[in-house]
Write a protein that binds this ligand. Structure first.
Ligand SMILES: [Zn+2]
Length: 509
């Protein structure tokens, strides 16, 4: 088809294109004939393409390439990302506003190093802990003299002074371990996982000590601990910037629609300082930019407000600031909030936030979904089922920008999609969704390799259509939020599984 088409006269081709469009409008497929809502959804999904989303991802990659390889809030790469989004939204005719706020940023000046000097010299696989200070130390390694978890001062003794301590994850936050080790006179800290896999964590944005901290896998940690009695010597080099910085959220609001019934859809625009953040979260941002563009001629019944958040990776700072500074009267006008954080993972599963807590009851790792959140979840499951696509559930954890929206006293119905982060795909999931069991959903999660090559075009295509369906459906009618919905909808065939990953920097043990 592509081959023969090339030989057609240009004018004929143009005429055919017009004809095809005419036919499409006159005879939509069966699923679109059940009412104007279904037709609108179908039309928007036709217009929203994977290539359209990928175009934005390529632009974000270019911005990262020209600005030190990342788009973290507080960096030039982030500011340029906001400029880019503003240009796209304005061109599509939206009312655009920026909201600036200050926060404690964390940037990486040069890649961190963890080196084994002896025995068996060589570079060791590790991840810098967010908010680590800058150090370059070579010293004997030690383990805490007392409890190996190193949470309290009593765990340390004179033998740890001046050494690089190797400490297990567990019981207390990473920041507490680092603070305690620094106060005990250690030179740096290496924390190792207490479950299989690497360790990336944050010391928290209140950590300001001149002290270096890196994370390693459980296997490497145990290896190092075993070498301590034989006189293990390590080198830790971290080169970072911590300080107050101004960053921004950006909003684009439709000029049409009831301002007292606002449909919000958001994604964080910032990356981690380790890399360009194309799946996390160029993918969610790019999908919203594409959808906003394709809705530019839509006159929605309800006001549609797109939000791109800053400083999500520094612990939901932008969305928290927005909600904290939004008067109650304005909060009351928000009918619902949709969140899209990572929707292009290469080894993906179609995860829907478990808004009715049916798969992940409130408690460890799951917040209670405000009323209406179950209806949003059902809308997504039903949509996927209508396309013959399975969908699964991910904990309603609040560990992305919907957290402040679902907080007690705010209680805005929320929902969203996720294609998986650092956790490992199960055999059962691979049987339903394809991909590779035993590998992470996103093998480049929070790393330098989260580039334009780290997204699945198919995931982007399927998920951006689901996003489009939800946005356009609620843009015209939010009444379904009042219909109680619970349990996975019919057609949701996949097991709940682990839910794709924690998708944030782990604070706790
Ligand atoms: Zn994210």
């Amino acid at each position: 088809m592509g081959q023969s088409r090339r030989t057609w006269p240009r004018r004929l081709l143009a005429a055919c294109t017009v004809l095809v469009v005419g036919v499409v409008v006159a005879a939509p497929p069966a699923q679109a004939t059940h009412g104007s809502g279904a037709l609108r959804s179908w039309q928007l999904r036709k217009a929203v393409t994977a290539n359209g989303v990928l175009h934005h991802l390529k632009e974000l990659q270019k911005i990262s390439d020209r600005n030190a390889g990342n788009r973290a809030s507080g960096s030039a790469g982030y500011d340029k990302s906001v400029d880019y989004a503003e240009k796209v939204f304005r061109k599509a005719g939206y009312r655009v506003t920026r909201q600036a706020f200050d926060f404690q940023t964390f940037l990486i000046n040069s890649p961190s190093e963890l080196e084994r000097i002896s025995p068996a010299p060589g570079d060791l696989e590790h991840r810098i802990m967010s908010y680590s200070g800058s150090v370059d130390v070579t010293a004997t390694a030690s383990v805490p003299a007392g409890d190996p978890l190193g949470c309290v001062a009593a765990d340390y003794g004179p033998a740890n002074v001046g050494t690089i301590v190797v400490v297990s994850r567990g019981t207390c936050p990473f920041g507490q371990k680092a603070t305690t080790a620094a106060a005990a006179g250690a030179a740096a800290i290496v924390m190792y996982n207490n479950v299989p896999g690497g360790l990336a964590g944050t010391l928290g944005n209140t950590f300001t000590a001149d002290f270096g901290a890196v994370g390693v896998s459980q296997a490497l940690g145990q290896e190092l601990v075993a070498q301590v009695p034989a006189g293990l010597t390590l080198r830790v080099h971290t080169d970072t910037y911590r300080g107050m910085a101004t960053t921004e959220n950006i909003f684009a609001e439709s000029r049409w629609g009831n301002p007292n019934n606002v449909v919000m859809a958001g994604a964080h625009l910032d990356s981690v300082p380790e890399g360009p953040g194309i799946n996390d979260n160029g993918s969610g941002s790019g999908a919203l930019l594409e959808i906003a563009e394709q809705m530019r001629r839509t006159h929605p019944k309800n006001k549609v407000r797109f939000a791109l958040w800053g400083a999500e990776e520094a612990n939901l700072v932008g969305s928290t600031y927005y909600i904290a500074n939004l008067p109650q009267a304005e909060r009351d006008k928000i009918a619902l909030y949709l969140n899209f954080d990572m929707i292009g993972s290469t080894n993906y599963v179609r995860f829907v936030y478990d808004g009715d807590n049916s798969a992940f009851p409130p408690g460890t790792g799951s917040a209670v979904g405000p009323p209406g959140s179950g209806a949003i979840e059902a809308l997504f499951h039903n949509y996927f089922a209508s396309q013959g696509l399975a969908s699964a559930e991910t904990p309603f954890s609040g560990r992305s920008d919907y957290g402040p929206f679902i907080a007690a006293g705010v209680d805005i119905p929320s929902g969203g999609l996720f294609t998986g982060a650092e956790l490992i795909k199960t055999e059962a999931e691979a049987a339903v969704y394809g991909g590779t069991a035993g590998q992470a959903y996103d093998p480049c999660y929070h790393q330098a390799c989260d580039t334009i090559r780290n997204v699945s075009k198919r995931a982007i295509d399927e998920m951006s259509d689901a996003v489009a369906h939800a946005v356009i459906t609620y843009a015209f009618d939010t009444r379904s939020l009042n219909v109680p919905a619970s349990g996975p909808a019919s057609g949701s065939t996949a097991p709940a599984g682990g839910g794709g990953g924690l998708h944030d920097h782990e604070y706790e043990s």
